[in-house]
Structure formats: structure tokens, C-alpha cells
Ligand binder design. Structure first.
Ligand code: XMP
Length: 213
């Protein structure tokens, strides 16, 4: 496979994938996905800068302490991968599967744990990572469960926090960005399983949501 071919092309270096497309061309090929987006709320560059700050803050607080990162799937996958690569310390990563949206744009009001077994956290410091804090039910339920299982410390980190009154009285220890109370997609967040691979956070066009309802 001819992956990762790099050529000097003008002032910038062009990186080509195994099919010979440059990154720029590959993004154009993905255009139909971008066409469904009404507006970009937080672009890639802004996300990257904020991740540097978040990673530094977390490293400072956990300094010298072994901890386990628990990723709430699937929404926090993209955010976590980018965040943890800015944290050059030994840490363990575990995943937990919960669902509360069931494919729609409104919370079902119930948090379902989808795994038969939870990660072992007894006596451990945990950094719990989720994509977005909305009603607060997910972070509250998962945090509670981990404490019940004997976690010594549970700190939480979210990419986004919706500015709204929460059904569960919980806030995250680390927040990437505050957003309004609207349904967002991209950078891990989905609508009906799609759009997680958008490199930014945005809002879908109303007609795309209507067509999916
Ligand atoms: P709660 O309401 O429990 O929400 O704080 C947490 C989970 O709900 C999902 N969620 C969203 N997913 N766009 C999404 O794609 C949104 O605007 C949104 N708001 C909540 C998400 O899975 C999160 O973990």
C-alpha cells in the first residue's frame, strides 16, 4: 500500500493517502456530509487549541498519580483519542457503553448500561470522559456507578456542556466548550449514527433532521 506519500507542493507539504488523494482532495470527496451541516459552531483549529489547554490542566491535577480513563462510548471516542495523545504519561483506557438518546435528538430520560461487566475501578482514580453534558443524567449515573464500585476519585471531562438547567445536579470538572441548548453533531457526536467523523462541531440543517424523523 502506498500510504503516507509526502510531496512538497508550493508553500505547504501535501500528504497523500494510499489511493493517491491529498488530504484536501479527500475532504472534497466527503462534501456530501458537509452539505448536511447548517453551521459550524466550533472549528478544528479552535478544538485543537482548547485540547492543549484541557490536557495541561488535567495533567497538572493528576500529576504523579496513576489513573484510569473511562471513555463513554461512542460519542467521546474522537475527543478522547485527541485529548489523550496530548497527555504523555502512563495511563489505562477503559470504555463503557451507555445509551440515552436512542437515535433521536431528545434524551429518552433513561440511562441504560449496555455492558455486562464494568471496568475495575476499586481504589482507583478515574477520569471519566463524555462528549456532551446535557440533562446530566449520563454523567450522574455513570459517576455514581463508579463510586459504588469503589473508585476513590472520579473526575469528569466533557468536550461540550450545554448551558441549561439539568435534570441531574451534576457538572463536569473539565469542560472544553459551552454551547447553547441545541442538538449538535460532529467530532464524535452523531445523528442516527452518522456525522461522528466530522472534524468540527456543528448543527444539522433542519431538513436533514426532518427527513430522519
Ligand atoms: P445527558 O442528557 O445524559 O446526555 O447529559 C448525555 C448524552 O446524550 C447524548 N447527547 C447528544 N448527542 N448531540 C448528540 O449527538 C447532542 O446535542 C446531544 N446531547 C446529548 C450524548 O450521547 C451524551 O453522551
Amino acid at each position: 500500500m502506498l500510504a503516507g506519500r509526502i510531496e512538497a507542493g508550493g508553500p505547504e507539504l501535501a500528504v497523500f493517502d494510499h489511493l493517491g488523494f491529498s488530504h484536501k482532495e479527500r475532504r472534497c470527496l466527503d462534501a456530501p456530509m458537509h452539505e448536511d451541516v447548517a453551521k459550524v459552531l466550533i472549528d478544528e483549529e479552535v478544538i485543537e487549541k482548547r485540547l492543549n489547554i484541557l490536557a495541561d490542566r488535567i495533567l497538572e491535577e493528576f500529576s504523579g498519580r496513576q489513573f484510569v480513563v473511562i471513555v463513554i462510548l461512542k460519542g467521546a471516542l474522537v475527543f478522547t483519542a485527541d485529548l489523550l495523545r496530548r497527555m504523555p504519561i502512563p495511563l489505562e483506557i477503559e470504555c463503557i457503553n451507555v445509551a440515552s438518546y436512542h437515535g433521536a435528538t431528545q434524551s429518552s430520560g433513561q440511562v441504560n448500561f449496555l455492558d455486562s461487566k464494568l471496568p475495575r475501578v476499586e481504589g482507583r482514580a478515574v477520569l471519566l470522559i463524555d462528549d456532551i453534558l446535557d440533562t446530566g443524567r449520563t454523567l450522574d449515573a455513570v459517576g455514581e456507578k463508579l463510586r459504588e464500585q469503589g473508585a476513590e476519585i472520579v473526575k469528569s471531562c466533557v468536550l461540550l456542556s450545554k448551558d441549561k438547567e439539568r435534570a441531574a445536579k451534576v457538572e463536569a470538572d473539565y469542560v472544553g466548550f459551552h454551547v447553547g441548548d441545541e442538538f449538535v453533531i460532529g467530532y464524535g457526536l452523531d445523528y442516527k449514527g452518522l456525522y461522528r467523523n466530522l472534524p468540527y462541531v456543528g448543527v444539522l440543517k433542519a431538513e436533514v433532521v426532518e427527513a430522519g424523523e
